[in-house]
Design a protein around this ligand. Structure first.
Ligand SMILES: [Zn+2]
Length: 174
């Protein structure tokens, strides 16, 4: 007599470190994104400074990955870096980003990617303002601002020294 054993399969247990959730081929991305979004996010391009939608944007809200909607940066951490690219001193959650050493163009830079879909976002530098000293230099085209419609979001009483670092950061690229 054959017993059927219907024990639950242990393989279904969630893995602690989830891999990228959104995985698409380049062809699929090409169809979903605009030409510029595709070139920056999937081919690691860089938009021209002072041309993007958000470099000078001061609206409140959450900046999300244009490819997959992953929440990346809060407008509260955005500051005017003078570079012509949207700049933030901290991500919403470090786990939403992936950081990689990038040695292209003979430079040693830290590349910033979306941890969910692998989109190239920009680079990370150590010359940001208080309180982290970090500068996440991000392409506008890789972001989508979800504006805060009502002031029911958390607000931090912190008017920092925005703008003070303008001079030192002039001319630095992504
Ligand atoms: Zn993404």
């Amino acid at each position: 007599m054959i017993k059927t054993n219907l024990k639950k399969d242990k393989a279904q247990a969630p893995t602690p470190q989830e891999p990228r959730i959104v995985s698409k081929t380049n062809e699929e991305w090409k169809q979903e994104l605009t030409k510029e979004q595709y070139e920056v996010c999937r081919l690691k391009g860089t938009e021209y400074p002072f041309t993007g939608e958000y470099w000078n944007c001061k609206e409140d809200g959450i900046y999300r990955c244009v490819c997959c909607g992953n929440e990346l940066f809060d407008s509260e951490t955005k500051f005017d870096s003078g570079t012509g690219w949207p700049s933030f001193w901290a991500p919403i959650n470090p786990h939403n980003l992936d950081l990689k050493l990038d040695t292209s163009y003979g430079m040693r830079r830290i590349e910033v990617l979306c941890n969910k879909c692998g989109a190239h976002l920009g680079h990370l530098f150590d010359d940001g303002p208080h309180p982290t000293g970090k500068r996440f230099c991000i392409n506008s085209v890789s972001l989508e601002l979800k504006k805060a419609e009502e002031k029911n979001m958390k607000y931090i009483e912190e008017v920092d020294e925005r703008g003070e670092r303008k001079e030192q950061q002039k001319g630095r690229g992504l």
